[in-house]
Design a protein around this ligand. Sequence first.
Ligand SMILES: [Zn+2]
Ligand SMILES: [Zn+2]
Length: 410
Amino acid sequence: MASTTNMETVALVVNEPKADFALTPIVLDEVRPDEVLVEMQYSGICHTDIVLQQGLLPMVEFPAVFGHEGAGIIRAVGSSAKDKSLAVGDAVLLSFTTCGDCKACTSGQLACCHRHPEVNHGAVRSDGSTPARLKSDPATTVRSQYFGQSSFSKVSVVQEKSVVKLCSASELGSGVKPGDLAVYAPMGCGFQTGAGTILNVLKPTSADSLIIFGMGSVGLAALMAAAHLKSTQPNSTMLIIAVDIVPERLALAKELGATHTVNGRDHPAGQANGHKKADPLADAIRKITPNGAGATMAVDCTGRLAIIETMIAAIGPQGTAAVVGVPPADASIQLDPLTFLLENKRLIGVIEGDANPAEFIPQLIDLHRRGQFPVDRLCKVYPVTQLKDAIHDMHAGSVIKPIIDWTVVE
Ligand SMILES: [Zn+2]
Ligand SMILES: [Zn+2]
């Protein structure tokens, strides 16, 4: 690769809210000392990318390149990169970035960075600049550091903090097969979010009953992590209750270790009409738990308000409910505070599985290699030219984790 200043490439630019992801020539200004240049091989599509494209996250400005799950090859390393092992040719995975200065960052709780929203969703460098501009109109800059990386680009200028080294050039093709990069691309968001919520936060034991709402990529990653934990507990009686509305996804959940499945179509959810009204979905789930007492823990991966209400109703005394799916902005849920108090319930938010990606992603890859985290079953690869099909199939429920292939672009 020649000069790394004013480099031309193509990216899926969204020009304004609700506009299509359009494969567009862009120019990248330079690679700064704390950045690396990454040639993308694969990008995972996360539901959040669609929320962004629709303009539903208020802090995002346009035009912009989204994408926050990526796997690629380093083409240049900034002069002051902290990780001295980073080299041209390394295979890397991309994850979120951090401010580096707040209480959470300095204590190593990177996912809890107090400035997480602005440094990740702002999609610009800390000085407000952005690497990309339109080739057709050089005066128009394009926000191109979403999550510090914007992986929906053939080549992207990425913050070093967003990079997790997978292997060196010499190990690529031997230890790590190039096709593995497609399956590993979503490790940096969807898979670590689901698995981390279970392995880093909830940590269910043999005595627990766990409900997972939403069998998309996050929920199924959570389910696989729970099933893995259960397999390490001799004679474990852990209950894993999977809830969704798509029968095929519930069947997959059963194959991957769910002890029970509940189809939400059979039981209305939520208490939005008042707390005295019944919540048939919560009742159906509680019946599965020992003595009908309610589950000890639950994860919502849907972001749907009625489901979050059901989740809180379906856990029992001392139960913990975790909000993981992204709810709409400026929304509210209804909560019966007296029951919440008397039953000592806890409601928590968990971003990115409370993971430190550089430590956690290698653990997930190790689990995958041992057959304990079979996320390849969720992935389907599409050439970037078939992006519309990929998004359609994700919405239709026929594919759980679509992956964009950038190797088809010259
Ligand atoms: Zn921070
Ligand atoms: Zn995501």
